[in-house]
Design a protein around this ligand. Structure first.
Ligand code: FPP
Length: 232
């Protein structure tokens, strides 16, 4: 969709910072990895809910940030394996729910087998049109904007908002609503450009406990907000 700043109050693009997997596991005396496993299951339920929503077109999920490489190698390796397993298992959900799979972030740094899995999943779902699920993988907003500006310069274009917008990983994709779970209230380098006029919602629910029912409630609150986009 070609638009630089959405002036609509409809919910078309929802983005979620899925936080709290580790705390969820710790509170149950489990390894952090169990929290990530449960978190992956929640993604399925939320994606299914979003695919049935009348106006939602895009669901962007923060799955692995450029900063997450700082975590212990064992946890990083686990997350990468989980992602591979998730994509293999979820092809069925993408087909059942007519969901197209996409990514943002620099996936060149992921293992070649994972890159292959990502590419085959994109290819297998490219004609699905109910919802686009975008996983942010090795994603950082500053990195995305820097790469976009470099693309503008490489093509000898003038650095304008319009041209930067075109070169982002998700061109023209302003976000209407950003949710962060687990009680933290920050963006953590997520969609800094695209969130200029987003509504924000912070819930103390840990991601593995997040449900479509809570999402439905948050969406109802979104519609109560008055969005003026800087106007009156
Ligand atoms: C934050 O929890 C979660 C992440 C590192 C990103 C989200 C990851 C998942 C939902 C796992 C599965 C994802 C896919 C795509 C298969 P945290 O570890 O920071 O939790 P904490 O703040 O409680 O420690």
């Amino acid at each position: 969709m070609q638009r630089s700043f959405s002036m609509k109050s409809e919910l078309e693009h929802l983005a979620i910072i899925m936080d709290g997997n580790g705390r969820w596991a710790k509170s149950r005396g489990l390894q952090r990895t169990k929290g990530h496993e449960k978190g992956a299951e929640v993604i399925r339920d939320i994606t299914e809910y979003c695919s049935n929503h009348p106006t939602l077109q895009t669901l962007t999920l923060y799955a692995f940030s450029t900063e997450n490489w700082k975590r212990p190698k064992l946890e990083v390796d686990f997350l990468m394996r989980l992602l591979d397993k998730y994509l293999a298992n979820e092809l069925e959900t993408y087909c059942k729910c007519n969901v197209r799979f996409e990514t943002i972030g620099d996936i060149n740094h992921l293992s070649s087998s994972l890159q292959k899995r990502i590419e085959t999943t994109k290819e297998a779902t490219k004609n699905h049109n109910k919802l686009t699920q975008i996983l942010a993988l090795n994603y950082g907003s500053r990195d995305e904007i820097t790469r976009a500006v470099n693309k503008v310069l490489d093509q000898n274009l003038v650095v304008t908002e319009e041209n930067i917008n075109k070169m982002l990983d998700t061109p023209y994709s302003d976000v209407d609503l950003i949710i962060r779970t687990s009680g933290e209230q920050r963006l953590s380098n997520f969609l800094l450009w695209q969130s200029s006029y987003s509504e924000f919602y912070f819930t103390s629910t840990l991601w593995p406990d997040f449900t479509p029912i809570e999402l439905d409630d948050i969406i109802a609150k979104f519609y109560d907000r008055d969005r003026t986009f800087g106007g009156l």
